[in-house]
Design a binder for this molecule. Sequence first.
Ligand SMILES: Nc1ncnc2c1ncn2[C@@H]1O[C@H](COP(=O)(O)OP(=O)(O)OP(=O)(O)O)[C@@H](O)[C@H]1O
Length: 271
Amino acid sequence: MSVFPSPRSAAGSPIIDFDPAACCLEIEGLSLAYGETPALRELSLRVPRQRVTAFIGPSGCGKSTLRRALNRLHDLNDEVRLAGRIRLEGQDIHAPEVEVAELRRRVGMVFQAPNPFPMSIYDNVAFGLRLQGGIRKRQLDDIVEWALQSAALWDEVKDRLRSSAWALSGGQQQRLVIARTLAVRPEVLLLDEPASALDPISTLKIEELIRNLKSQLTLVLVTHNMQQAARVSDYTAFLQEGELVEYGPTDRLFTNPRLVRTENYITGRMA
Ligand SMILES: Nc1ncnc2c1ncn2[C@@H]1O[C@H](COP(=O)(O)OP(=O)(O)OP(=O)(O)O)[C@@H](O)[C@H]1O
């Protein structure tokens, strides 16, 4: 296809050969272009279940485009052309029987800037559950508490659940947004630079939370911050110009990269 002139690296697109049974997401030959401009080029990788996988790479390499593709946020952009396949637990996310709203419940997303809704702490967390309907008040209370506990926020807010979410600090707001996302029981949590707007202490709390959450679900972390990727992720995918350059266990990729392009990036020889 002419808009995807895929200049693959000499080493080819390296795939870690995870057993498909251990994978939550499988991306196969994914290419995506905005009009005539390619953003992802024949990208293939498997994201293992209940692990943290980081996508790193220079600005414009396609990290956010890939993250958006994972829960079909490009659907309404007529300019976008997509080829290849993404499977969630073995099912093609573009299959006609897949409902986009259900896909987005299963693949939750947390953005760079905390975006609590203009309502109480409780109502923020209950929001998605109320939309689903059919939940009794007592059950809702339990899930709100569980989600706030899971997001390591319960102790700080349990006495003011009816206060405005906007009265929380930035770090608390981001944990509230994570609680709101967890409340609908996603299988995957996509985090796009989740701590970049936060102070160092709030950042450490978010990082600890990410590490703890992998006992419950699969996490994908999109970040510019290589130290953060090194601290919290189990696997790291390095992207450049829309191509997957190298993918491997985080410890190995940062200490012993296989390709010069990766080494140049992680040692700061390339912006
Ligand atoms: N909505 C869009 N329309 C057209 N081009 C886009 C759009 N979004 C991204 N692009 C282009 O696609 C390429 C990849 O962008 P993307 O935002 O995915 O990169 P990124 O690695 O997330 O960058 P950053 O780290 O700066 O956020 C870039 O060339 C960008 O200009």
